[in-house]
Design a protein around this ligand. Structure first.
Ligand SMILES: *Cc1c(COP(=O)(O)O)cnc(C)c1O
Length: 319
């Protein structure tokens, strides 16, 4: 099952041979393992919402020095506008900030790499993969959780990491830095070589992920990406013309294709009350934006037809 799932994922995302695929409990766990295994002193984070902020905080909580470049909620980053300290060992980027619907274009991630070749580059793509088409020669690692775009029950994090990451983890272990116990990179790697895990894993979800990936490969990643864009365009076009909704993210280049966020004049719970008659619902805003924004998960599980249905229902009841 392990092999079937990871082979399928390699095909789906075009992952090169010098990358390993590990199964952990969640993306939150992967944040912690990255800092523990790959940062002796310093990490750098782009922070613009709840998820990227939490990743940043983990570094400090684990006793490391964490630098950050911060942007306001709903805003993204411009690679030419900030410098990453030379001493940084790990650059931590959140490709899709799920709380605000801001995404980082892959071209910008590549620019950050061009300017910073030494540090390891980690990309949280938890709520966007398999949509973003990463150039794996420009990043060292990415990861996701199965409950977002893969539409599965929560409880499985998937970590994709290259030989540079493994090398760094080995260096830290050699220096006797505390890197953890059963889920150190070397412990997971020693088992992954035989398609096994150090603990009893979420077998059911590894199996299901293998099946979902099988379906995705049948459909083809190009079609999945194209449909994601078509659906995102439908939703954003509706928001543009709506009297009630407005864009949560100002810069069109930073608007997420997988997490569509809009400001709403009518409180979010009332939007859902109006949608009830159609047996449809949208997500509420995140945390303090609970009532002021809506979030629409534009994940592969939703068809173009279903998205059309939602747009029509919104047009009819809200305008
Ligand atoms: C959901 C999410 C996480 C956390 O995932 P868990 O599986 O709950 O640990 C991390 N980062 C982003 C961007 C997310 O959307």
């Amino acid at each position: 099952m392990y092999k079937h799932t990871t082979d399928g994922l390699r095909t789906l995302l075009n992952i090169p041979d010098n990358y390993q695929i590990f199964f952990l409990s969640s993306a939150t766990e992967i944040w912690e393992r990255i800092i523990q295994n790959c940062v002796e002193h310093t990490s750098f984070h782009c922070v613009n919402g709840s998820f990227s902020k939490r990743f940043y905080e983990f570094s400090g909580e684990l006793g490391k020095k964490a630098f950050k470049e911060e942007a306001a909620f709903g805003k993204g980053f411009y690679p030419e506008k900030f410098e990453i300290p030379a001493e940084t060992e790990a650059i931590c980027l959140t490709q899709n900030e799920t709380s605000s619907g801001v995404s980082m274009p892959v071209a910008d991630i590549n620019k950050i790499r061009e300017k910073n070749k030494e540090a390891l580059l980690f990309v949280d793509a938890v709520s966007s993969l398999p949509y973003p088409e990463f150039d794996f020669t420009k990043i060292d690692s990415t990861f996701f959780s199965v409950q977002k775009c893969f539409g599965l029950p929560a409880g499985l994090g998937v970590w994709i990491l290259n030989d540079r990451v493994i090398e760094k983890a080995k260096q830290l272990e050699a220096k006797k830095v505390l890197t953890g116990t059963y889920h150190t990179i070397s412990s997971i790697l020693s088992k992954a070589k035989d398609n096994q895990t150090p603990e009893t894993p979420n077998v059911w979800n590894i199996f299901l992920l293998g099946k979902v990936i099988e379906d995705m490969n049948k459909k083809g990643i190009a079609t999945i990406r194209k449909e994601t864009e078509v659906k995102a365009d439908m939703l954003y076009n509706y928001i543009k013309d709506s009297n009630n909704f407005s864009f949560g993210v100002e810069d069109p280049a930073h608007r997420s294709k997988t997490t569509i966020v809009a400001n709403t004049a009518i409180p979010a719970p009332e939007v859902n009350k109006k949608l009830e008659q159609f047996d449809l619902a949208v997500g509420s805003g995140y945390s303090s934006y609970k009532e002021k924004q809506i979030r629409i998960a534009n994940f592969p599980a939703y068809s173009v037809e279903k998205t059309e249905e939602l747009v029509n229902a919104l047009k009819k009841t809200i305008g």
